[in-house]
Ligand binder design. Structure first.
Ligand SMILES: [Fe+2]
Ligand SMILES: [Fe+2]
Length: 181
């Protein structure tokens, strides 16, 4: 699976969740419930955006030979989304803040699907996109420069692709994740 396909599949789930959140915001739903639903979506989206910010976007800048307006806009939307979520987390919000979060995230997801990801598939070789889908085993670890023992545990899995087999300390072998996430 290419990283763009993985991210698009996650977008599909987010879009469905945003429909549900919007319905709740337009009904007489308590602020506690709205905050909890936003938190559920936003914490998963934060993780998703981290993959984009640390793995896909830098690869796209490199493939394009520099930054470009569409990507700058998407980055700015990540920042604005975090700002809206911070307001909701600090309980300085009303249903209009929630609707603004829904509208902005929806627009952002569509911009990525039809703009950013389409361009990534055009500019980045397919095998690179596939390799990047293993971001948590390989790329994020490299980008952050932080060793992840559970990722290293793939090294003892004979079914793991050769380029993912790393040296594994014996005590990590019982905690290995499934390959090909
Ligand atoms: Fe994004
Ligand atoms: Fe995304």
């Amino acid at each position: 699976m290419k990283i763009t396909e993985r991210l698009k599949a996650e977008h599909g789930v987010f879009l469905y969740q945003l429909d549900q959140l919007e319905e709740l915001a337009l009904r007489d739903t308590s602020m506690d419930v709205l905050a909890a639903v936003v938190e559920t979506i936003a914490s998963a989206e934060d993780h998703h955006a981290m993959i984009e910010d640390q793995v896909l976007y830098p690869a796209l800048v490199q493939a394009n030979g520099g930054e470009f307006a569409l990507l700058s806009k998407a980055r700015a939307e990540h920042v604005e989304l975090r700002r809206l979520v911070s307001r909701i987390r600090s309980r300085v919000f009303d249903e209009h803040t929630v609707c603004a979060f829904v509208a902005l995230l929806r627009e952002h997801l569509e911009r990525e699907i039809h703009g950013v990801f389409a361009l990534a598939e055009e500019l980045i070789p397919q095998d690179t996109l596939v390799r990047m889908a293993n971001w948590d085993v390989d790329h994020l670890r490299e980008a952050a420069g932080v060793p992840r023992p559970w990722a290293s545990a793939l090294g003892s899995d004979p079914s793991a692709p050769a380029d993912l087999r790393l040296q594994v300390p014996p005590h990590d072998r019982d905690h290995r994740p499934r390959a090909g996430r």
